[in-house]
Design a protein around this ligand. Structure first.
Ligand SMILES: Nc1ncnc2c1ncn2[C@@H]1O[C@H](COP(=O)(O)OP(=O)(O)OP(=O)(O)O)[C@@H](O)[C@H]1O
Length: 459
């Protein structure tokens, strides 16, 4: 369908009325009108999938009811405007429930009402066209190429993402903050058969505990204080598409039981009603936590853990992705300069070295901020080491989960980060952390600390 031209088929057995509608609608150059005087004649052309059908409710060889059903089955995008000699509200309501777009009574106002309905439909079609093209844009944005990287570690991830895209399997994505978990989830969705249906992301940690149930499963009006209107939940919103549950490890223990039930039975009831709604969603979960450990600690239900595990995809931290750092930095620099009307900038050899040495506790998100800031600070088309500033991550970002690391590993990690952040100045680090410099040297000799973390080649 061209966005400005609509095919309108008139199905009307009354010769006079039919030719009057045909003449009237043909006055609009955007409408291409065809007329049929019987259901049988129209059905021969139904495969042409017209944009709109105006349907006389009582035809000699069929009823409007039956024909509406046939149209909906063969051409679900066709909009049907029912035209009837009777002003029967119950029939009108039934037909609308079955999918008719409008119900118009035959009288002296029919022409004008039809004109108005078609005007509404035109803007409806324009909107649909816009949605389609936006969906196309979004899908392009999240194709596999949106995840930049060429390291062995990320290539393993590409392989898993492709496998996940070709099936409906539940996917559990793990990885530190900023490693691209949400990007991976979107890539799976937009490369799967569900790509034209919604991708709905919910960050469990960002929603107040009391509201999560309603957010996920919806509620009926008046089901609790503040439920002023009926609201569908994220599960229903994602129907036929993908629901991305980020930070799943934060889900309240009691709600975990309800989630498990919904996943197993593929149906849910909104809060405040027993009415059951069938749902068809692909689930992708993500967490930076070690869920197996959470199960052991009794914080996460074991049955739900196994139900959600599906295809596990682990996103490696940036510091384990070798020269991906430079590929990704290049991508962000190019994008930032383009967006801000700046001339493209190149990283100097020393700046590349500096970027490769960084530990990136905030991973790709942190790298992005660092190179964008560098683009702003540099006055020429070259980014030098002095333009690369350490961006502090908020407290807690880098704190490992309790129990995941031993005290010794934890200390080593802190010393390593301090070395990285201070250009590997051992004396300075010893002073800052109030430990002996010989301790640091011993740890370096034992291989517990690394002076240049990244050994990727700098060109
Ligand atoms: N391989 C990659 N190539 C290019 N950009 C990436 C890549 N991975 C992540 N990004 C970008 O880095 C940013 C952080 O990614 P994302 O939000 O997916 O991380 P996350 O692991 O979900 O983070 P969090 O755990 O904090 O929610 C986003 O802007 C994303 O587009």
């Amino acid at each position: 369908m061209k966005s400005d031209t609509h095919n309108i088929y008139i199905v009307e057995d009354d010769e006079f009325y039919g030719s009057m509608l045909e003449h009237y609608l043909s006055l609009n150059p955007d409408y291409q009108v065809k007329r049929f005087s019987s259901a049988a004649g129209f059905l021969k052309s139904i495969h042409e999938k017209p944009d709109v059908v105006t349907l006389d409710y009582s035809l000699p060889d069929s009823t409007g009811d039956k024909l509406l059903q046939q149209i909906t089955e063969v051409s679900p995008d066709t909009r049907v405007i029912m035209i009837s000699g009777q002003n029967d509200i119950q029939v009108a309501v039934d037909l609308m429930k079955k999918g008719a777009f409008a119900y118009i009574v035959k009288n002296e106002e029919t022409k004008d009402r039809l004109w108005m309905v078609l005007e509404t439909l035109s803007s409806h079609f324009a909107m649909q066209q816009k949605i389609k093209s936006l969906q196309h844009e979004v899908a392009k944005k999240y194709n596999f190429k949106s995840i930049i990287g060429n390291s062995a570690a990320i290539r393993k991830v590409f392989d898993l993402i492709e496998k996940a895209s070709n099936t409906n399997i539940t996917v559990s994505i793990t990885g530190e903050t900023g490693t691209g978990k949400e990007l991976a989830a979107k890539s799976i969705h937009f490369n799967s058969a569900r790509k034209d249906k919604p991708f709905v992301a919910v960050n469990i940690a960002a929603i107040p505990r009391d509201l999560i149930e309603s957010e996920l499963f919806g509620h009926e009006k008046g089901s609790f204080t503040g439920a002023v209107a009926r609201r569908i939940g994220k599960f229903e919103e994602a129907h036929k598409g993908t629901l991305f549950l980020d930070e799943i490890g934060e889900l309240d223990f009691n709600l975990q039981a309800k989630l498990l039930r919904v996943l197993q039975e593929k149906e849910l009831s909104r809060i405040g009603t027993n009415e059951v709604v069938a749902i068809d969603v692909r689930i992708i979960v993500a967490t930076h936590k070690n869920l197996a450990l959470e199960v052991k600690k009794g914080n996460f239900r074991e049955d739900l853990y196994y139900r959600l595990l599906g295809l596990p995809v682990h996103l490696p931290p940036l510091r384990e992705r070798d020269s991906d750092v430079l590929l990704i930095a290049r991508h962000f620099i190019e994008a930032f300069c383009k967006e801000n009307g700046l001339p493209d900038k190149q990283l100097s050899v020393e700046a590349k070295k500096l970027l490769l040495q960084h530990p990136y506790p905030g991973n790709i998100r942190q790298l992005k901020s660092m190179v964008e800031l560098a683009c702003v600070l540099s006055n020429s088309n070259e980014i030098l080491p002095e333009h690369i500033e350490e961006i502090q991550m908020p407290d807690g970002v880098n704190v490992p989960d309790e129990g995941q690391l031993t005290l010794k590993q934890h200390n080593t990690r802190i010393i390593q980060q301090c070395l990285d952040a201070n250009n590997f100045d051992v004396l300075k680090v010893a002073r800052i952390l109030d430990i002996g410099k010989s301790t640091i040297y011993r740890m370096i000799n034992n291989g517990e600390l690394i002076l240049y973390k990244n050994t990727a080649k700098v060109n």
